[in-house]
Structure formats: structure tokens, C-alpha cells
Design a protein around this ligand. Structure first.
Ligand SMILES: [Mg+2]
Ligand SMILES: [Zn+2]
Length: 225
């Protein structure tokens, strides 16, 4: 019996060309956002703690202005609409697994009328500053304090029955890439996959991703659920 294919697709830097949290901070945050971002990248603070503190720099009253800015600013990687249609037509299970926040992930994706689960962090604008909520925290197998824990979601798919493919661009996808069956990678993630000898192919557009998924279905004998 063939395994069913499931795709875990990152958002920032993968579906969108750039990182939206960085774009929002650059535009709206006071200067200390840069030092905080350094602390996250150098792993002095966890992603959850660091991202939480970054958004605490922003007043809740800016909500609509931030949403309008980011919807305008975000550039979708070419081929994404075709990729979504391809997965739908072929009955391939697709999940969006994002370390981004609902208030920008959802409006950016809205035009694509995705009929798939979108896992991301939540937000609360009831206080003076923006509070990030964390509905998808790490399970008992992960102690990274990810915020939105990608490996926890991947682990819910039994590897005996699923061929699990991570699509991503960055170190935030690396833990998931290590436990996946295959990785479709660009940028830093592609470099890390090569260094670690993880089974992967690289992509620049979602047209490439479609071709790679087609090849996987032929060569790995993976099917649809
Ligand atoms: Mg990313
Ligand atoms: Zn985690």
C-alpha cells in the first residue's frame, strides 16, 4: 500500500518572498526591535519569547494600519496559486505551518480561498500593546519553545502511513526538516539540508515545487489519501 503524501508549507520567506515580521518591525517598531531580533537569531531567547516581546513594542491601536501595510507590502512567490490548485485537483493534503501571526497570515492568504488548515500564532489587541497568543505550542517531544511548533504538527502524521514533506526556507524549518521524509528547500534551509545530508531538492518558485511533488509521486510511489 502506498503512503499518502502530506505537505507542510511554511509561510514567511516561502509563500511570501520576504519575512513579514521583519517588514512590520522595520516599518512600525522603535529601534530596539533590531537588538531583540539579534537575540532571537543567536538563540539567547526562544522564538516564542522573542516574537512575543517584539509585538509588545507595537500599540494595539496600529492594528488596521499594520494589516493594510503588510497586505500591500507582501509579495507572493510565483506559482503559489497554481500550486494550491494542483494540490486541490490531485487530492494532496496541504497544511500551512507558519511561525507568523493570524492577523497578517490570514489576510495575505485570503485571495487564494485556501480550503486547507492554516497553523499560525494568534493575536490579542485588547491591551495597550499587541499580545501574541500561542495556540500551537510545543508537545512533550519538543523543548525549543517554538511558539507555533512545526514538529508537533508533523508528529501527528504517522510515518508508516504518510510521506511527510516540509517546504521551507529557513532555520525555523530545520527541526521539521530533520524528522520529515523529504524537504523542498530554498535559501538557508537548502544550505543546511545539504550540510546535513537530508533528502531534499531546491526550489525558487512554486512551479518548481509542483514539478518536485510530481516527481516524488512517481518515484516514491506515494499517493493521495
Ligand atoms: Mg520561513
Ligand atoms: Zn517546538
Amino acid at each position: 500500500m502506498s503512503k499518502s503524501l502530506v505537505l507542510f508549507c511554511d509561510f514567511d520567506g516561502t509563500i511570501t518572498e520576504k519575512d513579514n515580521i521583519v517588514a512590520i518591525m522595520r516599518r512600525f517598531a522603535p529601534p530596539q526591535w533590531e537588538a531583540l531580533t539579534e537575540q532571537i537569531l543567536s538563540q539567547q531567547v526562544s522564538i516564542r519569547e522573542g516574537v512575543g516581546r517584539l509585538f509588545q513594542l507595537l500599540p494595539s491601536s496600529l492594528k488596521q494600519e499594520i494589516v493594510d501595510f503588510i497586505v500591500e507590502d507582501a509579495v507572493i512567490r510565483p506559482g503559489f496559486a497554481e500550486f494550491v490548485r494542483f494540490c486541490r485537483d490531485e487530492g494532496i493534503e496541504l497544511l500551512i505551518t507558519s511561525g507568523g501571526i493570524d492577523f497578517f497570515v490570514e489576510p495575505i492568504l485570503a485571495p487564494f480561498e485556501l480550503n486547507v488548515p492554516i497553523y499560525c500564532n494568534g493575536s490579542d489587541f485588547s491591551g495597550e500593546h499587541i499580545t501574541i497568543t500561542w495556540p500551537h505550542r510545543c508537545d512533550e517531544h519538543c523543548d525549543n519553545d517554538c511558539g507555533m511548533c512545526k514538529t508537533s504538527i508533523i508528529r501527528r502524521y504517522d510515518p508508516d502511513r504518510h510521506f511527510r514533506v516540509v517546504i521551507g526556507d529557513s532555520v525555523t524549518d530545520l527541526a521539521g526538516a530533520k524528522i520529515a521524509d523529504f524537504v523542498i528547500a530554498r535559501s538557508l534551509l537548502a544550505q543546511k539540508c545539504a550540510e546535513l545530508g537530508l533528502a531534499h531538492r531546491t526550489f525558487a518558485t512554486f512551479h518548481d515545487v509542483i514539478d518536485i511533488v510530481k516527481d516524488l509521486r512517481t518515484k516514491q510511489e506515494v499517493g493521495s489519501p
